[in-house]
Design a protein around this ligand. Structure first.
Ligand code: BGC
Length: 910
């Protein structure tokens, strides 16, 4: 070791720290480099991967020794060692691969080895599984529920030799919880993730070595219908199957080298227990008097239990859990509790969340407490759950009468801020209710704060909305009888989401759902996973392009090329699908459920125009994607397509005066819209400018019309789901930063500020979700309009990606102070490490701290009329270490910098 100044830290495999049970044959590795020095980069790396920690400690990589690789690459490094694709039969693996890395700095000095990390392989193919699907033979039906009581399944087994290592792999058609010797296995909720269960089912892996004992052990599973057979999306019950089943595979490795399996099969026993009904949308009914103490422990008398129902293999692939699982991430204590005249109690958590309530209660056996949830209160203080649709979201707990009882539901979740308890024995205290925040545990990566508290609230509300709508898939809302993976919402929000949280594997998994849901003709879906019963929407403009837009954004944010390669063919099919019936380059056919600029403010954009604009955007991305992954022939093909669409667009919709008019040609979304001709709306101009569809001479004209359209609304927006993402970025790009700031900070209807003013703690679904009288309707927890945070991240804080060096390998810092905002700070824990942009205006001076992670570089665009005014750490900036002056551009002094922390100041105003 030659005392290199860089240290490799935070080793991850497939975006996860030490993942247990992955099924990727060539996993990708990443690390983050830290350095105290400025302008440091990695000049080379070496990765060692070994079958044991001992070998690795001796610096032996028996699986892979990459040797010294001259490269500055520190993520997406593909494992290139011995084959990991062994199967269960021919190898006692589920092999843990231990790995470490060292890096050489810019001067060629080697770091020490990193700490040891590992990943562990799981199953690769169906035949590896020896288990059978097991469930309850005939679930007894409970009144008013379609689903029946939750099955409890158990089996006792012997461990006769000392255990070296034990793993369990488990999943369900439905939802499951696993217990071993009376203890819960893992801390995951709502497993397995929602997928199209006819296409694939995800399993989870757990290390149970420490939970086993010698002699008799017992394993138990509780099941519920979940998305599989419970109410799912907007489609009622049993859309994938009619009863839940579990699959369990315990793998025991003994110290003597032998192995044994315990699997779900017909030797298990089944019963029902205290969970009389449980459904994601309807809630849970729990009778504590029916608890069966010790049911998952050895020695329990299960003689009265029934044999299990077993189901044979289907050909459905089983795949390892890809994204983080759902976890409890926070607990909230109510801020108020009030009694209402009918004797119920209403608690206010002060924050709209997704999750459930932990109830504490003491009383007589047989007393039932009803727990209702709501986002809205009536003026008299009672709850108003009307906006839940068919989703009842009610939990019932019946006491066993045994001192203080604590209850949390197992297989449901609710979107709520208010909790109503009815039938509570005695007077509850604030402490009787705790709000449990539950969602896919994507790590928080970003923060944003500025001098305007209302803007900060908009930001926080967006993050809360992202939490609540990350429920194994990105959902539209967490409360009503919908909660579906709408693709339009997801494509709008993916970039914002990626700043707030590490969503790389979450959206990678969602992309599998999107591709699984692709129609036979090639259309990507309007929601994923596909919900087979009833209406199967696909191909809607602005929604179905998700299959192209999401991978592109994952490439930009994480440098992930594999996702582009993996889904390139499905993307091509989508493009062919559109072209096949639109040879005139206007997307008038096959627009299916074209909801156009959904939830606009009485401002109807012609739907074929909007569809055509989105087609152009998709063609542009396809050309870029083809270039990145070396599909050189296709680059020209998609560039030509883009040119043709632009020509057709301009001929069809753009007047010589630069007005954009559409007549709603082609098939529209439904009667309501068909009566309304599309006019030159804000969204029409935003699409044309944002997707760069106009010739240069038309752009200023279009900008003029856009401003008129905003002015005629009293300087308010009128945009829906597809126009809103472009509103502030296009105004900024076209030289109207002041107006962008004005719209951001407006608090009259319709605006983001109006949401805040009306008490929002999450993003509302529609601009008119709250009327002037404070009456609320629709979903109060949709993340889509939270897309405004992308502008805060990219334009206010000014942390921008360079598409030529994605994954923030080269960062463009370009903050745009304005709008009376005097300070803004964003932090972003990128795949390369922590990025910071923190500016304030003090006594007319612009002071700005930035952090550029080691092994990255940045272009810094400082608002200054003259580079002489710019200092760094109190020295002229162009003399500062690591800083190179590039030149002046549009009132900006432009520098390139290496890694490090820099304190810039512009000393005479901005
Ligand atoms: C959902 C939206 C979705 C839309 C599309 C709504 O019901 O809540 O977020 O994108 O339908 O039709």
């Amino acid at each position: 070791m030659d005392n290199a100044t860089i240290i490799p830290l935070f080793l991850r495999c497939e975006y996860k720290a030490n993942p247990l049970g992955i099924d990727v044959k060539k996993p990708r590795l990443s690390w983050v480099l830290e350095s105290e020095e400025r302008d440091q980069t990695q000049s080379a790396y070496q990765v060692l991967v070994a079958t044991s920690e001992e070998l690795l400690n001796e610096d032996k990589g028996d699986l892979w020794d990459s040797g010294k690789v001259e490269s500055d690459q520190a993520n997406q490094v593909v494992y290139n060692g011995k084959g990991l694709s062994r199967t269960y039969q021919n190898d006692d693996t589920f092999r843990r691969c231990y790995w470490k890395v060292r890096a050489w700095d810019k001067q060629g000095r080697a770091s020490g080895w990193s700490d040891t990390a590992w990943w562990e392989m799981a199953f690769f193919s169906l035949p590896d599984w020896k288990a059978k699907w097991i469930g309850l033979q005939t679930p007894p039906l409970v009144e008013d529920q379609d689903l029946g009581a939750c099955p409890y399944l158990r089996k006792a087994f012997q461990v006769e030799k000392p255990i070296a290592r034990a793993r369990v792999y488990a999943t369900a058609l439905g939802l499951y919880r696993l217990f071993l010797n009376g203890e819960r296995v893992g801390e995951d909720y709502l497993t397995p993730s929602w997928t199209d269960y006819h296409k694939r089912v995800q399993y989870q892996a757990y290390d149970i070595t420490e939970m086993l004992r010698s002699g008799e052990n017992a394993i138990g599973v509780v099941l519920a219908g979940g998305w599989f057979s419970g109410r799912c999306g907007f489609s009622g019950y049993k859309v994938y199957g009619d009863r839940p089943h579990a699959l369990v595979h315990v793998h025991l490795s003994f110290e003597d080298g032998s192995t044994e399996m315990v699997t779900s099969d017909d030797s298990w026993k089944a019963s029902t227990g205290p969970i009389l009904a449980s459904d994601i949308q309807m809630g849970e009914t729990y009778d504590a008097r029916r608890e069966m103490p010790g049911w998952a422990k050895p020695g329990f008398d299960d003689s009265a239990w029934q044999p299990v129902d077993t189901q044979q293999w289907s050909a459905t692939p089983l795949v390892a859990q890809q994204a983080p699982t759902v976890r409890k991430t926070q607990e909230l204590h109510p801020v108020t509790v009030k009694e209402i005249p009918d004797g119920s109690w209403v608690f206010d958590l002060g924050q709209n969340i997704a999750g459930w309530v932990r109830l504490k209660v003491k009383g007589d056996a047989g007393t039932t407490v009803r727990i209702r949830h709501a986002e809205i209160l009536n003026p008299d203080g009672t709850i108003d759950p009307k906006n839940y649709g068919y989703a009842k979201s009610i939990d019932y707990y019946t006491l066993k009468g045994d001192g203080e009882e604590v209850y949390e539901p197992s297989f449901t979740y609710h979107g709520f801020r208010y909790v109503e308890l009815t039938g509570y024995p005695g007077k509850p205290s604030l402490d009787s209710v705790t709000g449990i925040v539950v969602h896919t545990d994507t790590p928080l990566t970003g923060t944003f704060e500025c001098s305007n508290p209302m803007v900060n609230k908009i930001y926080q509300n967006t993050v809360w909305g992202q939490r609540a709508n990350s429920m194994t898939v990105p959902t539209d809302c967490p409360q009503r009888s919908e909660r579906a993976g709408w693709t339009g919402d997801a494509q709008i929000f993916v970039r914002t989401a990626s700043f707030n949280m590490d969503v790389a594997s979450f959206f990678s998994k969602y992309m599998v759902d999107v591709v699984d849901a692709q129609s036979e003709e090639g259309a990507f879906p309007d929601f994923a996973p596909r919900i087979p019963a009833g209406w199967a929407g696909d191909g809607a403009p602005g929604w179905a392009e998700v299959g192209i837009i999401v991978p592109w954004n994952l490439y930009l944010c994480y440098g992930d090329t594999r996702i582009l390669e993996k889904h390139y063919h499905p993307m091509e099919r989508m493009m062919d699908y559109i072209y096949e019936e639109n040879h005139n380059y206007l997307r008038q056919n096959r627009t299916n459920n074209n909801v156009a600029d959904w939830l606009n403010v009485n401002s109807y954009t012609a739907w074929d125009m909007l569809a055509t604009a989105y087609w152009a955007y998709a063609a542009d991305l396809m050309a870029k994607i083809a270039r990145v992954i070396g599909r050189d022939d296709d680059v020209g093909k998609y560039e030509t397509l883009l040119r043709n669409i632009k020509v057709a667009f301009n001929e069809a919709y753009v007047t010589p005066e630069g007005r954009i008019l559409g007549e709603n040609r082609g098939r529209g979304p439904g009667e309501v819209y068909e009566q309304i001709p599309g006019t030159d709306t804000q969204t029409a101009y935003l699409l044309a400018l944002g997707f760069d569809l106009l010739p240069e001479d038309k752009k200023p004209l279009a900008v003029k019309h856009l401003l008129e359209r905003i002015e005629e609304r009293g300087w308010h927006l009128s945009t829906g789901f597809l126009g809103t993402p472009l509103l502030l970025p296009v105004l900024t790009e076209m030289g109207h930063l002041d107006l962008a700031y004005q719209l951001l900070q407006t608090d009259t209807f319709p605006s983001w500020g109006y949401f805040v003013k009306t008490g929002a703690t999450t993003m509302y679904e529609a601009w008119d979700s709250c009327d002037d009288n404070g009456h609320k309707k629709g979903s109060l927890n949709h993340y889509a309009f939270g897309v405004v945070c992308e502008w805060l991240q990219r334009s206010v804080a000014g942390i921008e990606i360079d598409p030529d060096r994605p994954g923030y390998k080269h960062i463009i810092f370009h903050p745009r102070p304005g709008g009376g905002i005097t300070s803004a700070k964003a932090t972003y824990n990128s795949i390369h490490g922590m990025i910071v942009s923190d500016w304030k205006i003090e006594d007319g001076s612009f002071r700005w701290t930035i952090r550029v992670p080691a092994n990255t570089t940045a272009t810094v665009r400082i608002p200054a009329k003259d580079s002489k005014l710019v200092s760094e750490s109190d020295r002229p900036a162009d003399h500062a270490e690591g800083v190179r002056f590039v030149g002046m551009e549009d009132d900006r002094a432009v520098y390139t910098v290496g890694s490090g922390t820099y304190e810039f100041a512009v000393n005479e105003g901005t």
